[in-house]
Design a protein around this ligand. Structure first.
Ligand SMILES: CSC[C@@H](O)[C@@H](O)C(=O)COP(=O)(O)O
Length: 358
């Protein structure tokens, strides 16, 4: 399966080439494929904040490369480069609040700095760490795809209707995708009859990105408005909702794109299974419950305007862009360390004590 998955890896959104970070501008997809180049940490932080790059793992990987770029700039400037680099860490950490992969990647880069030996090449060490973060995310995607497919097959070996939300594919990660990685692998294994992709208001990650990724690969996909999900579960024989995550707590509560929580409630009502797919870099064992997760609120204009033109009534808009699905609505959390069914604190702790499976 691994080889088939690797052969199917076509779309990329992050490239580290010649000491520079290249990001596919996801705001313009699928109509335009424009790559942007970054040579500073501040530039990368801006790209994360402005959604040039988005998706929890992709944000973490980009931030790691941002640290390398920051270090190069600060070393070249001379003086107290470590103090100046701390400023870069801060700017990167402030770019977006919810996806813990960002802070996980920054912590790893900081730890690598702390482990530098006398006379060691700082830039080479940081670059190797960032490339390692990128590579291990790619590997994690492959492992999760295989575990997720096994889980689907455990319940039924027939082609099935699946529903997903937001974008969790190659664009959101360093490789094959998290939830979308499972869906793509299930398609290769003949387990997908059709994928229903929620459009994912207001940024339309579902209609612009997920539908595009699946169509590029010949996976049968239908786009639906977010509000159609309950109706589709009732009428289209959907067996699984498969989503990603931006932060998972020690008790197994899951923050993901706004609308995920209501999907989980509706899925339980209809007897539809609910799978969360995320690398262990998304698990934040320092937080117990979902109420502790910082939820990003974005500008209300994202709801009030369409294409920069005001369409809504003259009211205030509330725009939380993530929500928290409680653990007791989740059938399984799939990570590269293994699968946790019906998550709770004890099972999450046991999972995190395991090694990665690859
Ligand atoms: C694979 S990341 C988790 C996703 O399900 C989703 O919440 C996501 O892509 C993050 O949202 P975004 O606001 O696009 O960065």
């Amino acid at each position: 399966m691994r080889e088939r998955l690797l052969a199917a890896e076509k779309i990329k959104a992050i490239e580290w080439r010649d000491g520079t970070l290249h990001l596919l501008d996801q705001r313009l997809l699928p109509l335009e494929e424009t790559w942007r180049t970054y040579d500073s940490a501040v530039g990368v932080a801006g790209a994360i904040r402005d959604m040039v790059v988005r998706g929890a793992p992709a944000i973490g990987i980009s931030a790691a490369y941002g640290v390398v770029l920051g270090a190069r700039q600060r070393l070249a400037a001379g003086g107290d480069w470590r103090a100046a680099l701390e400023g870069d860490f801060r700017v990167l950490a402030e770019s977006r609040p919810t996806a813990v992969n960002l802070f996980w990647a920054l912590d790893r880069m900081r730890e690598r700095l702390a482990r530098l030996k006398e006379g060691e090449d700082v830039l080479a060490a940081l670059e190797a760490e960032a490339v390692g973060i990128h590579e291990s995310d790619r590997e994690a995607n492959l492992t999760m795809a295989q575990l997720g497919v096994e889980l689907i097959r455990k319940h039924s070996g027939k082609p099935q209707a699946l529903l997903t939300h937001c974008n969790t594919g190659a664009l959101a990660t360093g490789g094959f995708g998290t939830a979308l990685g499972v869906i793509r692998a299930a398609h290769l294994d003949g387990l997908v009859e059709r994928v229903y992709a929620d459009e994912t208001r207001p940024w339309l990650q579902g209609s612009r990105l997920t539908a595009w990724e699946l169509a590029e690969e010949g996976v049968p996909v239908s786009l639906n408005v977010d509000g159609a999900a309950a109706h589709l579960m009732k009428t289209r024989g959907i067996t699984w909702v498969i989503v990603g995550a931006d932060r998972i707590t020690a008790e197994g509560d899951v923050a993901n794109k706004i609308g995920t929580y209501q999907l989980a409630v509706v899925a339980m009502h209809h007897g539809v299974r609910f799978m969360v797919v995320a690398p262990s870099s998304t698990i934040d064992m320092s937080l117990q419950g979902g109420e502790e997760i910082p939820i990003e609120e974005r500008d209300g204009r994202e709801l009030l305007e369409v294409g920069g033109k005001r369409v809504a009534a003259a009211v205030e808009a509330v725009n939380p862009v993530f929500d928290v699905t409680p653990a007791d609505l989740i059938d399984a959390i799939v990570t590269e360390r293994g699968v946790v069914e019906r998550p709770n604190a004890a099972k999450m702790a046991e999972l995190m004590s395991r090694k990665r499976l690859h």
